[in-house]
Write a protein that binds this ligand. Sequence first.
Ligand SMILES: [Ca+2]
Ligand SMILES: [Ca+2]
Length: 208
Amino acid sequence: MAAVFFFAAYGSLLFEGNRVAGNSATYGGGIYTPGYSNARIINSIVTDNEATTAGGGVYGSSYSSARVVNSTLSGNASPVGAAIGVSSYCGVVIANTIMWGNTGQTINRPRYGAASVIYSIAQNGYPGMGNLDVDPDFNNPIAGNYGLQSGSPAIDTGVDPQTIVAVNIDVVDDFLDNMRSQDGDGLGAGSTGDGSDYDIGAIEVVAN
Ligand SMILES: [Ca+2]
Ligand SMILES: [Ca+2]
């Protein structure tokens, strides 16, 4: 059984500012979204979960929709979708999210339906505006610290999620309740990402 499993088909889940770690299941080691449900996963850290069939961190069932925004998925494992497993006819929109250091294909590509990924770090790459395939330079993931080192490529390279129609979520703070966005690279807004100074991942680097 996944750590977070809400039974209600046609139900709605808001999972915000939480950590889910070290769980296992057949589908959705960390979070499982059932059919016809609507999930929002925001400012959350999903690590070290395992799914034996699909969706190591998160699994989206057929006819469910999920938005994963400003979250960090690392250390998860599954043969299909190590970070995020997508069933056919599932709609997943991923923005400002780090998917790094998972074991297996980062996101699977189902025959029908697909994930839409923007302004995210996806290991081994994923098509979409603003996506990167670079080490996010976590502070100390072994100790569970998924903050970003100075100079991390995730700093100020995200998007203001409220400006994306398919996301439409106003993210005003981070996993640690620090304000978003902040000028973490000290270069002002506008030069990277969509110019909004939003970081990618669950933890925003605080401006000096
Ligand atoms: Ca920033
Ligand atoms: Ca900046």
